[in-house]
Write a protein that binds this ligand. Structure first.
Ligand code: CP3
Length: 347
């Protein structure tokens, strides 16, 4: 059956649908009482590993907010199951045994994520059934650098000194780790595509931890290789799926990020959208970039900022409306709904 709402995919492919499509990063999550109700009964990892529950949570924001795309409920770090690396969530991620030395790297397993993270592939199929073609489904993974940063730091980090130490002291080992991770992530995304996702997003949440030169040398070639590997895959009997690249946190690296052949460039909230469009080029499709903090403000302000973001987005080839990072758990769901309605109302 064809999708009933194609506005998101149309925009990803460079067209301008009648209404600007909108979805929210982290749209299924703790700001929703119906999500918290399920989380009372199961842990976050159990939720990720139980396809029917993951599908139920994936659909929650579609029902409540009327967004134009669903994103698979999962996490960028569950792929560590294919590497033999344990991760805990309390609620931020923590690795009991981070990967710090060349011996730690040598001990990594490089399993097939389609087999070893099979519950994600099952969750994709469960989401597609639960969505029943209402809206497209977005699959995702972390970018090589963000994934490797979690492996090395063992959790979130302020200064990324462990990553930088390995990168600067053992550049060859770091490069091999990045290259192997890139291959694994490509296989993981292609598995999600074959299981049924309609688009994929690559999250480079920590791209801003590096200055532009180190980002260009040590990170970007791997990100580009991942984008290219995924774009080279066309699923049987379907169109090639669009790739969204979202690199967060350093407006100075945006021009470099935009050299990646992604269909859509995600823009974080630290730069004005019209300035970002000048950097990436008006011939590109952009996604973003309302500051998630604005949803904590009053309705009139939210409407005003939506309008300004739509006006700026009109300068790009096409625009997928989104927040400039994940929605805060302290957001009133009514404010998120008001934002979605304001986007659909248009200018
Ligand atoms: O967007 C969605 O709704 C899909 C689900 C999704 C989650 N994590 C669910 C989640 C996605 C796409 C992610 C991606 C992710 N995970 C990223 C990249 C995006 C970004 O935010 O930059 C990163 C860096 C992670 C790692 C991660 N997982 C962190 C830092 C945390 C703690 C977050 C927090 O708010 O405390 C998680 C846990 C997590 N992932 C939760 C959810 C809903 C909260 C878990 C809970 O219910 O307790």
């Amino acid at each position: 059956m064809p999708l009933r709402n194609t506005s998101f995919l149309d925009a990803c492919r460079g067209q301008r649908p009648a209404q600007t499509p909108v979805w929210l990063m982290r749209q299924a999550g703790r700001y929703l009482p119906e999500y918290r109700a399920i989380r009372k009964k199961v842990s976050f990892l159990e939720l990720c590993r139980t396809p029917e529950l993951a599908a139920e949570v994936t659909v929650q924001p579609i029902d409540r907010l009327g967004v134009d795309a669903a994103i698979l409920f999962s996490d960028i770090l569950v792929v560590f199951d294919a590497m033999g690396v344990a991760v805990e969530f309390n609620p931020g991620p923590q690795l009991p045994k981070p990967v710090r030395t060349t011996a730690d790297i040598a001990a990594l397993r490089w399993g097939d994520p389609v087999e070893e993270v099979g519950y994600v592939m099952d969750a994709v199929r469960a989401c597609k059934r639960a969505l029943a073609d209402r809206v497209p489904l977005i699959g995702f993974c972390g970018a090589p650098f963000t994934t490797v940063s979690y492996l090395i730091e063992g959790g979130g980090s302020r200064d990324f000194l462990e990553v930088k130490q390995l990168m600067f002291c053992e550049p060859a080992a770091f490069g091999r780790l990045m290259a192997n991770t890139t291959q694994l992530l490509a296989r993981y995304l292609i598995g999600q595509i074959d299981a049924g996702v309609d688009a994929v997003q690559i999250f480079d949440s920590w791209a801003g931890a590096l200055g532009p030169r180190d980002y260009q040398t040590h990170v970007l070639p791997h990100t580009i290789a991942l984008v290219e590997a995924v774009r080279a895959h066309t699923p049987a009997g379907r169109e090639r799926v669009p790739v969204i690249l979202f690199a967060r946190g350093n407006a100075n690296t945006l021009a470099l990020t935009a050299t990646a052949p992604a269909d859509v460039i995600g823009i974080d909230w630290s730069i004005e959208l019209d300035d970002a469009i000048e950097v990436v080029g008006r011939d590109r499709v952009v996604q973003g970039n309302l500051d998630p903090g604005v949803l904590l403000g009053p309705p009139a302000l939210i409407r005003e900022r939506v309008r300004a973001t739509l006006e700026a987005g009109a300068q790009a080839k096409a625009h997928v409306f989104n927040l400039g990072h994940g929605i805060s758990r302290f957001t009133n769901p009514d404010h998120a709904k008001l934002m979605v309605d304001a986007v659909h109302e248009g200018l």
